[in-house]
Write a protein that binds this ligand. Structure first.
Ligand code: NAP
Length: 359
């Protein structure tokens, strides 16, 4: 496989740090540029991050003395890389302008930000679920007037457990409606207990914008490619309630679901056990071998025990049982900064590389 030079825009943040740790020993991707705000620009990566380093692994030696670039110096950053990952804390219109500027500088952008998720010709991809949405990239390039440059995004971290759980059941049984309550870790807000002490021993029943994303983004993932854009699906109806809980990493979801044709418990478990997508078929380096793991134990999955399954890239499921109002209920768990953020971004980039979009 060809190797690529990679930049991380927002490298000093929570998701940026995850990208740094995931890419330190990546077989295809090598970090050649780290960029952040003007506050960090000109400092070494070690100094710019300082006490904000939030990973359990040590900061890789290879990045410590790299000088952080100003992310707004788009041409300079773009000249050092074959594509960038982008995860920045900025206003939505500023992020759209920044990502658009990189794409127009012929530098593909793999984004963790929400700003472009509903741009109709920007693919929002979970590689196991909707890899075919990459087919809109030629139309996006035509709109941008680029040969290489484009933007591809990954979806929100909250839905990375229940959408993969529902997806293998859609074709045969048709999901009619779904109610989901999420229990989301503090790293999802870019925080640790040190930087957000109010979260210790606490639960906050509000995460700005999260319920809308949790209800709407699945419909784009299940949408169709038509005339160079993605047309979102009109069903299933999803209602979500999203809570912030006192966990460092890992988003749990409690799911209630009804089907058009009701499957048995055994049929659901069989669909989950046998499900694989292009990420597994192409043997992408970050793909979990078994995407969906079902735990038979009544008290699993647990956030602390199970979030790191298959390097934090697999989904853990459990407690599937009949329900009195919906057909079934179950719980599911995914690691929010691995599968839900940087790991999902790296897997998407691997899919793009394997399909030749960076060449
Ligand atoms: N945390 C998660 O689990 C998660 C999951 C999915 C998606 N996301 C998304 O990923 C993005 C980043 O989240 P995060 O949690 O990593 O945030 P964060 O820890 O607050 O990091 C923000 C990053 O953005 C940079 N930045 C801020 N203002 C900038 C500017 N004007 N120009 C260039 N860079 C600027 C910061 O650089 P300085 O250090 O120089 O200030 C830092 O590198 C957000 O869009 C978030 O919604 C996060």
């Amino acid at each position: 496989m060809k190797e690529y030079r990679v930049g991380i825009v927002g490298a000093t943040g929570m998701v940026g740090q995850r990208f740094v740790t995931l890419l330190a020993n990546h077989p295809w991707f090598h970090i050649t540029a780290l960029a952040a705000s003007a506050r960090s620009a000109g400092k070494t990566y070690e100094d710019a991050v300082g006490s904000r380093w939030a990973m359990t692994a040590e900061m890789p030696e290879s990045v410590k003395s790299m000088v952080v670039m100003d992310a707004q110096n788009v041409e300079e950053v773009a000249s050092k890389v074959d594509f960038v990952f982008c995860a920045v804390d900025m206003k939505k219109d500023e992020i759209k302008a920044l990502e658009g500027a990189y794409a127009k500088a012929e530098c593909p952008v793999v984004s963790n930000n929400s700003a472009n998720r509903f741009t109709p010709d920007v693919p929002m991809v979970v590689p196991e679920i909707n890899a075919h949405h990459l087919d809109v990239i030629p139309a996006q390039r035509a709109r941008l007037g680029t040969k290489r440059g484009f933007i591809a995004v990954k979806s929100n971290c909250s839905l990375q457990s229940y959408v993969p759980a529902l997806h293998p059941l859609m074709a045969d049984y048709g999901v009619d409606k779904c109610l989901v309550c999420t229990y989301q870790a503090i790293s999802g807000a870019g925080k640790t207990f040190a930087t957000w002490p109010e979260m210790q021993d606490n639960c906050i029943p509000y995460i700005g914008g999260e319920e809308e994303k949790s209800e709407q983004e699945p419909l784009k993932l299940w949408g169709k490619v038509e005339n160079g854009v993605i047309v979102p699906a009109s069903e299933p109806s999803i209602t979500a309630q999203c809570l912030r809980v006192a966990c460092t990493d890992g988003h749990m979801a409690a799911v209630f679901v009804s089907f058009k044709t009701k499957p048995t418990v055994e049929e659901i478990k069989e669909k989950w056990a046998s499900f694989a997508g292009p990420a597994q078929e192409l043997g992408l380096p970050s793909a979990p071998k078994q995407f969906l793991h079902y735990f038979e134990e009544a008290d699993r999955p647990q956030t602390r025990l199970d979030r790191n399954l298959e390097n934090g890239m697999a989904i853990s499921l459990g407690r599937l049982r009949p329900h009195t109002q919906y057909d079934y209920k179950f719980v599911c768990l995914s690691h929010n900064t691995l599968r839900g953020a940087a790991g999902g971004g790296v897997l998407l980039a691997e899919l793009l590389a394997a399909k030749g979009y960076f060449d």
